[in-house]
Design a protein around this ligand. Structure first.
Ligand code: HMG
Length: 438
């Protein structure tokens, strides 16, 4: 039997969401808006809201921890950790550095963040794919983590959200993958001010309608670039779009279909229902998580369709304001991820609008120097907590469950034999064990 060629693939997908959830019906009532606008006009049902002790870093660390916990072999092989984010908490130190400490990654590891609005995680994913081809025995973590904040009472407010998605990237045969991505991508970049966040602001500036136009133009251009490179390609069974609000995916699908020459309304509605809708249920319940939004759709599709996805093709469109667009495709293998998303979303605590406002003010207050507070209780199952800032340093606590995962991993890694130095361009040359010590 001929062994399948290995490629840089997505091996697993994880998700982390914060403790609280606010319904769009409650938000609409408080803002004096017809709830149908949010539910049907934007396609939103709920948005995730951070509690005290949750920020971009704890969400990123939790998504990464979910990929590694209880699997010391995975932990020992991680040689790269890239965080895609546009809601970073520091202008210099990378979130990936903090993750390195919280997760106990080994010292011989590349850690850095990538920022390009909602496109950051896709840039990280493409870089990680190439890197694991060079170091096939190692694994890369790509973590997309964001807390989306718009001005209160602005049109963007119902499109907020918070959460992180983790992608484990490794060299494997397409059969052993969750998703193997196409060798080529279509790309398009344009210098536009559709959405941005000045460093002196906590909330985003946005030209809403213009940003929708920029997104749609970027998609068509990136798709055309892809088609110019690929002579013949399978018609994808699933289409995943960056979804700042779920109705954006409907607009994108429609524009792409019309661009491809499909204009029959019944065909368009049916095609949308079959190929796009199954991936959107989690986005409706989480809100915009910026750079993780596309990959939240991937996690949701995996959970919804399970093993039925094996052998199916998907088209993916990533958009980051500013802007950069990428259209690519992928084929599902036998290791379809099971991120446990439904249970995670159902377990959130529901809050009303006044509590949501108090919590957003409180999380901004925690961003001030000397906000440190030891007593912040973690939610059930939360591995890491942000305790505020002390002497300009952010303090993170590894909760008991976070420590247990790491101790378990450390025990197992210590019992693994040391690799023979000089024989392996990957793991073998690295001081593997030193990095795992806490
Ligand atoms: P808006 O002005 O509040 O809403 O802004 P609208 O008046 O355009 O209404 C929205 C939809 O609801 C419309 O449907 C209305 O007809 C419908 P459409 O014409 O679009 O199909 N509607 C109703 N439906 C049912 N019952 C009703 C009702 N009333 C109205 N009673 C906007 C909407 C998206 C502009 C705003 O929410 C916003 O500014 N959001 C933030 C920006 C954004 O998400 N842009 C998307 C593209 S850019 C992007 O994706 C990048 C991003 O993720 C950032 C990054 O890259 O980092 C944002």
């Amino acid at each position: 039997m001929v062994e399948e060629q290995k490629d840089g693939v997505i091996l697993d997908v994880s998700v982390a969401v914060p403790r609280y959830v606010l319904s769009h019906d409650a938000l609409a009532e408080a803002r004096g808006i017809d709830p149908d606008k949010y539910r049907y006009g934007l396609g939103c049902e709920e948005m995730s809201v951070c509690g005290p002790g949750e920020d971009t870093v704890t969400l990123a660390a939790e998504a990464a921890w979910r990929l590694l916990k209880g699997d010391p072999e995975r932990l020992s092989r991680v040689g790269m950790c890239i965080v895609g984010t546009e809601s970073n908490v520091d202008a210099s130190k990378s979130i990936a550095s903090t993750l390195h400490g919280l997760l106990g990654l080994r010292p011989a590891c590349r850690v850095f963040d990538i920022q390009h609005a909602c496109y950051g995680a896709t840039a990280a994913l493409q870089m990680a794919r190439s890197w694991v081809r060079q170091y096939p025995r190692q694994l890369a973590l790509v973590i997309a983590s964001d807390v989306a904040r718009y001005e209160r009472c602005s049109p963007g407010e119902p499109t907020q959200g918070a959460g992180a998605v983790g992608l484990l990237i490794g060299a494997a045969s397409p059969r052993d993958a969750c998703l193997t991505l196409s060798a080529v991508s279509g790309t398009y970049a344009s210098d536009v001010n559709d959405f941005w966040r000045p460093t002196y602001q906590k909330t985003a500036c946005v030209k809403g309608k213009f940003s929708v136009d920029c997104y749609l133009k970027g998609m068509v251009e990136a798709y055309d670039d892809y088609k110019a490179q690929v002579k013949a390609s399978a018609v994808p069974e699933h289409m995943l779009f960056h979804a700042p609000f779920p109705h954006m995916a409907r607009k994108a699908h429609r524009r792409l279909m019309v661009h491809q020459g499909h204009t029959d309304e019944i065909f368009l509605a049916d095609d949308y229902r079959r190929r796009v809708e199954p991936s959107l249920w989690a986005n409706r319940r989480v809100g915009n998580i910026y750079t993780g939004s596309l990959y939240l759709s991937l996690a949701a599709l995996c959970e919804q369709e399970g093993d039925d996805l094996t052998g199916c093709h998907a088209a993916l469109f990533s958009y980051g304001s500013g802007s950069c667009s990428e259209y690519f495709t992928g084929r599902f293998g036998q290791a379809v991820a099971r991120p446990g998303l439904q249970a995670m979303l159902d377990a959130r605590d529901s809050i009303g609008v006044s509590r949501y406002e108090v919590l957003s003010d409180a999380s901004l207050a925690l961003e001030q120097n000397q906000s440190f507070c030891e007593d912040i209780a973690p939610r059930k199952g939360q591995p890491f907590t942000f305790l505020g800032i002390r002497d300009h340093e952010r303090v993170y606590r590894q909760n008991e469950i976070g420590r247990r995962g790491e101790d378990f991993a450390r025990e197992r890694v210590e019992s693994l034999p040391r690799a023979i130095p000089g024989r392996d361009p990957g793991v073998g040359q690295r001081p593997l064990l030193d990095g795992v010590a806490g």
